[in-house]
Design a protein around this ligand. Structure first.
Ligand SMILES: NC(=O)c1ccc[n+]([C@@H]2O[C@H](COP(=O)([O-])OP(=O)(O)OC[C@H]3O[C@@H](n4cnc5c(N)ncnc54)[C@H](OP(=O)(O)O)[C@@H]3O)[C@@H](O)[C@H]2O)c1
Length: 266
């Protein structure tokens, strides 16, 4: 099997490395199309597949084409590669907000899988939600599922609108988590810790909480009740969260991400 990754940025390289590490393709069967000279040079130094700077006949050799450019770059990319794409080729797009219909019309192809991964895919701890067009066969779907599984956990969904929903939750989610950790760091500094102490407090608390969560089968609500005793310090913070409608504000933020994904889709 030959695979072409279009876009050698964060996600494109994550996929290229996962494909090689999981022995899904050999170095000889992996192609990367990257327009940035600087990134192309970095990739050549890493010895990950064959690097191309512009589309060409080689695109036709790929059994699977992974689209990993920014959504806003797709309009420029599509007409450039359209002429090289065969209707039998499988296209896997990880671009946020670009619908299966748009990809099908822009590239004149019909076997399309749309996936929404997230950045922890870089360390094989990603969460990917994916769906496919009707023309993708069961065997092709299993092939792509194996690729996605090499980057972490996956969920297949029937409805494409759930891809936009997953963009707002797991796709953008790591940024929300980092935002929350940063608020802990900032508050620790305000309370008198120096920067490195504040970072240690926040990162260790976060890692420890996740480790604990992974060890036992309790829900978040149950864990909260284990930390917060009646009339205690944690309850004071939770009370402040409620008074300030923090949950509602966060839900509004996730909704904004979802609406933006829908807007891009349209
Ligand atoms: N990063 C995430 O956490 C995340 C999560 C889920 C989904 N995604 C999706 O993954 C996709 C890629 O995101 P990313 O973070 O990897 O972006 P990125 O780091 O900016 O990588 C995109 C790469 O594609 C290159 N490129 C742009 N137009 C091209 C063209 N016509 N031909 C070849 N290469 C081209 C860019 O080059 P230049 O730098 O020169 O423009 C860049 O190196 C996006 O569509 C995003 O929605 C990302």
């Amino acid at each position: 099997m030959k695979i072409l990754v279009v876009g050698g940025g964060n996600m494109g390289i994550t996929y290229a490395k996962s494909l090689l590490n999981a022995h899904i393709v050999s170095n000889d069967s992996l192609m990367i199309l990257e327009k940035s000279n600087e990134k192309a040079e970095q990739l050549k130094a890493l010895n990950i597949g064959t690097i191309y700077g512009a589309p060409g006949e080689y695109v036709k050799e790929a059994d699977l084409i992974i689209l990993a450019v920014k959504p806003q770059d797709s309009e420029v990319l599509f007409p450039k590669i359209k002429g090289y794409i065969d209707r039998q080729q499988v296209v896997l797009s990880i671009m946020a907000g670009i619908s299966i219909d748009t990809i099908s019309q822009s590239l004149d192809c019909k076997k399309i899988i749309r996936a929404m991964p997230n950045l922890p895919a870089q360390v094989s701890s990603g969460m990917t939600v994916y769906t496919s067009s009707e023309d993708v066969t069961r065997i092709e779907l299993v092939m792509v599922q194996n690729i996605l599984n090499s980057t972490g956990k996956t969920i297949y969904v029937d409805q494409e609108k759930l891809i936009d929903a997953s963009t707002a939750i797991s796709g953008s989610g790591p940024a929300y988590v980092f935002f929350y950790i940063q608020t802990l760091i900032d508050s620790a500094q305000k309370l008198g810790f120096n920067k490195s102490q504040a970072e240690l407090l926040a990162y260790t608390t976060f890692k420890g909480t996740i480790n604990l969560f992974n060890k036992h089968n309790f829900s978040c609500e149950e864990w909260i009740s284990k930390v917060a005793s009646r009339g205690g310090t944690t309850e004071a913070a939770l009370h402040s969260f409620r008074n300030n409608e923090v949950k509602l504000k966060l839900e509004e933020a996730y909704e904004a991400a979802f609406l933006r994904a829908r807007e891009l889709s349209n």
